[in-house]
Design a protein around this ligand. Structure first.
Ligand code: MN
Length: 214
């Protein structure tokens, strides 16, 4: 994905839970400290554990200690849990208590080129985030074919995902991300999320994606 923050999610041959890049109260009232603690320490940690377990199962299938009939389940488990690990790591770094200035430079130009204007992009991103059925994500990323920016809605952590799509900005719309604070008001949470995006971080990931490419 060319996201430098993901390197914090792997060490000594295992996926690891990276620390939050800020204090747990920094994102209030967008995300309460209680929600952030549960979300990171319980939910994200479970995806890390699941990704390690699935990887271990695939290693055992590879060395013959686990039968091939487990392969389909192990690969589905890996996609779900590793997808969760990747998207949550990105999500934590995409948010900030006091956001920097709006997108500028090459990233700002790419947003305008792809969506017409920054405001149009924000409307599309929020609309996609609201329309995800059940648990999932809204993600801004780079289409590997056109190299233009694209907004996708992802179901769970991995379904309806375009292969090779490079996520830059991810908004978690699973209920565990907002329900303690926002209850059923997903729109309120999404609007608040858009006011706490760390555009500097998103631009940095975009620039790495452009320079590394495929
Ligand atoms: Mn989540």
């Amino acid at each position: 994905m060319n996201c430098i923050y993901l390197t914090h999610g792997y060490a000594d041959g295992h996926y690891v839970l990276p620390p939050l890049p800020y204090d747990i109260a920094e994102l209030e009232p967008l995300v309460s400290a209680e929600t952030l603690l549960l979300h990171h320490d319980k939910h994200h940690a479970a995806y890390v554990a699941g990704a390690n377990a699935a990887t271990d199962e695939l290693r055992r299938i590879n060395n013959g200690s686990l039968g091939p009939e487990h392969a389909a389940c192990a690969t589905q488990k890996l996609a779900f849990h590793l997808g969760g690990h990747i998207l949550h790591t990105l999500y934590w770094h995409n948010m900030i208590g006091v956001p920097p200035c709006l997108p500028q430079g090459a990233f700002g130009e790419a947003l305008v080129h792809s969506f017409g204007s920054f405001d149009s992009f924000c409307r599309l991103f929020a609309t996609v985030a609201e329309s995800v059925q059940g648990s999932g994500w809204a993600v801004l990323g780079v289409d590997p074919v056109s190299r233009r920016l694209m907004v996708c809605g992802i179901c769970r952590h991995q379904d309806v995902m375009v292969p090779g799509f490079t996520p830059l900005l991810a908004c978690d719309v699973w209920e565990h991300a907002y329900y303690l604070t926002w209850h059923n008001n997903r729109k309120g949470y999404i609007d608040a999320f858009m006011r706490h995006v760390n555009w500097q971080n998103v631009a940095e990931i975009f620039e790495r994606s452009c320079s590394h490419g495929y």
